[in-house]
Design a protein around this ligand. Structure first.
Ligand SMILES: Cc1cc2nc3c(=O)[nH]c(=O)nc-3n(C[C@H](O)[C@H](O)[C@H](O)COP(=O)(O)OP(=O)(O)OC[C@H]3O[C@@H](n4cnc5c(N)ncnc54)[C@H](O)[C@@H]3O)c2cc1C
Length: 326
């Protein structure tokens, strides 16, 4: 690991001032950052420890729920407000990592965790995300875990987060602070597509601190599911996952949410699938049409073509489970 300076922030203003310094990074649970520093994929010159900031509360704000950025993933998943009002989010968190990692990982860190693309994590492989302009080893490499949606000719790395997929389905809003400026960023606008600049992964500026995530009131609590398909039950990232919510009027779908993980370069809202569901009967035939719409425009490669069918089936099954109710 390269040498770095460690600073402990006691308040948000101090954290932001230090975090904006050249080469500085915020340190939360460290489960992504320290890992990548050991591999020398990330080499910050300073770590600003933000774990002592008073930003771990989970509480109601009017008809919304606000989760502080320092809330640990475990505390979010088991919080009564989340379990009751946003079971989809609890299910997504508990589908990720292991109990030990979830006990350390924070909501802010989960939002900015980095891809598990093996070429990104291997200093011996050219990677445009790690070194802009170096080339992408995945494009002609082994692509089983890579994206079929949202890729570019420079990067097809998948976004790894389960939590973010649920947040996208729930229309969450990410709150940040930078100097005196506060921003409220819809989660769908936080992560960027790789395009010509895979090294840019989100719209935050250096030193911009995530302070929390707001969940608007949801009409999908009773009928929502997160379904994750992976190689094994723990310590495995999604090959395909679906976060879905249904609001039914009798047997007719009044409103729907569909978001995908494991198949795209960012947490993926499948608006086409939602359009195909609304106003239709809640049947497997409807779900199959929606799933086909969700995968419209998919670009499979040699080793990940199976993901098209896998993602379709994951969506259909998640919708069937959601329609069954809680
Ligand atoms: C073995 C293993 C298995 C895993 N499996 C899964 C899985 O199946 N599904 C899944 O979703 N995840 C999985 N993860 C990833 C894990 O969820 C993330 O590592 C974790 O959520 C990151 O949170 P953290 O608090 O540890 O972040 P850190 O590692 O501390 O930080 C991550 C990044 O976020 C930045 N950051 C942190 N907090 C803030 C803030 N408040 N404002 C601005 N920037 C901030 C840091 O500077 C850093 O760049 C796994 C991790 C491991 C190690």
């Amino acid at each position: 690991m390269k040498p770095f300076t460690y600073l402990r922030a006691d308040d948000a203003a101090g954290a932001i001032a230090a975090g904006g310094g050249d080469g500085a990074r915020f340190l939360a649970g460290g489960t992504t950052l320290i890992d990548l520093m050991r591999l020398e994929v990330m080499t910050p010159s300073a770590l600003v420890d933000v774990t002592r900031l008073p930003l771990a509360a989970i509480e109601e704000h009017g008809d919304a729920v606000r989760i502080g950025a320092m809330a640990r993933n475990t505390d979010v998943a088991y919080h009564p407000l989340i379990a009751r009002r946003y079971p989809l989010l609890a299910e997504a968190i508990l589908a990720g990592a292991s109990a030990q990692v979830r006990n350390m990982a924070t909501v802010g860190g989960n939002l900015l965790q980095r891809t598990r693309c093996p070429y990104f994590r291997d200093l011996g492989s050219p990677c445009n995300k790690r070194t802009p302009g170096a080339g992408c080893s995945a494009l002609d490499g082994y692509t089983r875990s890579h994206a079929i949606l949202g890729g570019s000719e420079h990067c097809i790395a998948t976004h790894p987060s389960d939590l973010c997929v649920a947040l996208v389905a729930l229309d969450a809003v990410v709150h940040t602070r930078h100097g005196d400026r506060e921003r409220a960023i819809p989660i769908g606008e936080l992560h960027t597509l790789p395009g010509d600049h895979p090294e840019i992964e989100h719209v935050l500026e250096p030193g911009e601190l995530i302070t929390g995530v707001e969940l608007p009131a949801s009409r999908f609590a009773a009928r929502s599911r997160y379904l994750k398909v992976r190689d094994r039950e723990a310590f495995a990232f999604a090959l395909a996952s679906a976060a879905v919510g249904l609001d039914l009027d009798g047997d007719t779908i009044r409103a729907a949410r569909v978001a995908l993980g494991g198949v795209a370069t960012r947490p993926w809202r499948a608006a086409g699938a939602e359009d195909a569901l609304v106003g239709q009967p809640a049947t497997s035939a409807t779900y199959a049409r929606a799933a086909a719409a969700a995968l419209d425009g998919a670009v499979p490669r040699r080793d990940n073509a199976f993901k098209v069918e896998l993602a379709r089936r994951t969506i259909v099954r998640a919708l069937e489970l959601a329609a069954g109710g809680s």
